[in-house]
Design a protein around this ligand. Structure first.
Ligand code: 5GP
Ligand code: ZN
Length: 117
């Protein structure tokens, strides 16, 4: 298992930092965002630490696919899939990434505009 000592999301995976988990399996953990930007705002993170989509390689192909499909499953299970939702992966500075452990934002419960700000 790859972890990074000072990474808050690794600490969420280990349980050192508490979170409200909504889903977990052997590959990923999903929990409510501390500062929600929509009525539903869930973060889906891999158990293994890697910094960003920019740092992901073909080795992470299965993990990334698994995370994306988990987002779709959570959306169906929570009942907002049909109405709609948005998945976002902020990447590096201009992408608005603030936590450098790759994560998918799963947002729902209000309409979203495009392009985003
Ligand atoms: P980013 O800006 O990197 O795309 O997203 C990081 C997200 O992590 C933000 O939406 C922020 O609110 C969330 N976040 C940061 N620290 C914590 C924490 O300790 N717990 C939880 N649940 N969310 C966090
Ligand atoms: Zn990490």
């Amino acid at each position: 298992m790859m972890t990074s000592e000072d990474c808050i999301f690794c600490k969420i995976v280990s349980g050192e930092i508490p979170s409200k988990r909504v889903y977990e399996d052997d590959v990923c953990v999903a929990f409510n965002d501390l500062s929600p930007q929509a009525p539903t705002h869930i973060l889906i993170i891999p158990r293994d630490h890697f910094e960003s989509l920019d740092k992901a390689g073909r080795d992470q192909k299965d993990t990334l696919g698994h995370m994306l499909l988990s987002a779709a499953e959570i959306a169906r299970e929570k009942g907002f899939a049909e109405k709609g939702y948005r998945v976002v992966i902020n990447t590096n500075a201009d992408g608005g990434q603030t936590v450098f452990h790759l994560h998918i934002h799963l947002l729902a419960g209000r309409p979203f505009v495009f392009p985003p700000g």
